[in-house]
Design a protein around this ligand. Structure first.
Ligand SMILES: Cc1cc2nc3c(=O)[nH]c(=O)nc-3n(C[C@H](O)[C@H](O)[C@H](O)COP(=O)(O)OP(=O)(O)OC[C@H]3O[C@@H](n4cnc5c(N)ncnc54)[C@H](O)[C@@H]3O)c2cc1C
Length: 341
């Protein structure tokens, strides 16, 4: 097993003709779109009915919510280049919302760094990337079986999804560890050791705009760490929609709480944080993320095990952000392409 920094790359011997990618979040899609330029068969398998993973968005009765990724920033040169393309395609726009820090009714401006969002929702970026490669949704990969120098993928109902020279797992750590365990216990132990935070999220739609001058806030001394007026993002429905994220610590001790109780508790926290009592929401929902953000990185952009024909990537390798997931998937694709060149 190796990350590119520790030991030299063990070549595959022959260039892969076929690569299966499990997981259509940002890491899997970045990897797939890059590999698809040079490798004849690149196929992405996604458990959910849509690509995007934690770039999830919901609609309900005219309200729209980005429940996971709220916005993204761009630092790395390569990611900035990709961003330029997405801006030109119109699937991403800058978000000009006023972001503050709020502490029990008091607030101060936070910063003016450029923030970007998918348009008309975060999922739009995933849909755009999914059009540049082959994605099979509604397909949960349950097992990987060594076959003729490669790996076969088996789904939940035992269907054979085909044999591939190389398999990329672009999954959160626990899901990746389960698939890897029978093939490489060492690799499974390494990825399985990565801890992820939990996050309860409340999605609230109001009949009237709330009288808060800002559009989003990092929240101090509260069960909440982030609140955002989703309707302030570009090309969203105009109806007043707010997304509230609870802290990992608050969520940790309330994993089994009923969604309605979570909503009530987070509405109270919202009132305490902003100093304003919100009216009764017209639309309310709670979503529990059991693998929200990785705690600590792996100090390597990806993991690779030539012997098992496996590569692993995801935000847990580099940084717990959309940019980290992109860089991980893209770096793994380049590593495969370089090693086979
Ligand atoms: C609440 C929340 C808020 C966030 N806010 C921000 C933010 O503001 N800015 C930011 O930059 N980042 C944010 N993030 C982090 C960002 O969303 C992630 O870093 C990024 O989306 C991770 O992408 P990924 O491809 O590594 O993983 P994922 O998006 O988790 O993708 C993994 C995919 O694998 C699929 N899958 C799992 N098991 C299987 C299987 N067996 N077979 C097939 N498919 C499978 C899943 O359905 C999923 O689609 C936030 C995350 C959360 C949860």
């Amino acid at each position: 097993m190796t990350g590119p920094a520790d030991t030299p790359f063990e070549p595959l011997g022959t260039a892969p003709e076929s690569v299966a990618i499990v997981g259509a979040g940002m890491a899997g899609l970045a990897c797939a779109t890059s590999l698809a330029l040079d490798i004849p068969t690149v196929r992405v398998f996604e458990r959910a009915m849509h690509a995007g993973g934690r770039m999830a968005s919901y609609r309900a009765r005219g309200f729209e919510f980005d429940a996971g990724t709220q916005y993204f920033t761009a630092h790395d040169e390569l990611f900035c280049e990709a961003l330029e393309g997405w801006l030109m395609e119109g699937v991403v726009q800058p978000w000009q919302g006023w972001v503050v820090e709020v502490d029990r009714g008091n607030f101060m401006s936070r910063d003016h760094m450029p923030r970007y969002v998918g348009t008309p929702n975060m999922g739009a970026l995933a849909r755009h990337l999914g059009e540049l490669c082959e994605v099979r949704v509604g397909t949960e990969v349950m097992r990987l079986v060594p076959a003729e120098g490669g790996l076969r993928l088996i789904d939940r109902i035992g269907e054979d999804l085909g044999r591939y020279d190389l398999v990329v797992l672009a999954l959160p750590p626990a899901a990746a560890a389960r698939l890897v365990e029978p093939l490489s216990p060492t690799l499974a132990a390494r990825v399985g050791g990565v801890q992820m935070t939990l996050c309860w999220t409340a999605l609230l739609g109001f009949d009237q705009p709330l009288e808060l001058p800002y559009d989003a806030a990092y929240v101090a001394r509260s069960p909440l760490n982030w609140i955002a007026r989703n309707s302030s993002k570009p090309r969203r429905a105009e109806r007043e929609a707010w997304v509230l994220h609870a802290t990992p610590e608050w969520t940790e001790t309330r994993q089994d709480m009923e969604p309605e109780a979570v909503i009530q508790a987070l509405l109270k926290a919202f009132e305490d944080a902003t100093g304003q009592r919100p009216p009764k929401p017209r639309v309310r929902a709670a979503r529990f993320w059991n693998e929200a953000m990785p705690l600590g990185g792996q100090d390597t952009p990806f993991l690779f095990d030539a012997g098992s024909r496996l590569g692993l990537c995801g935000d847990w390798c580099i940084s717990p952000r959309l940019e980290g997931a992109f860089r991980s998937g893209w770096s793994l694709a380049n590593f495969v392409l370089d090693g086979c060149g």
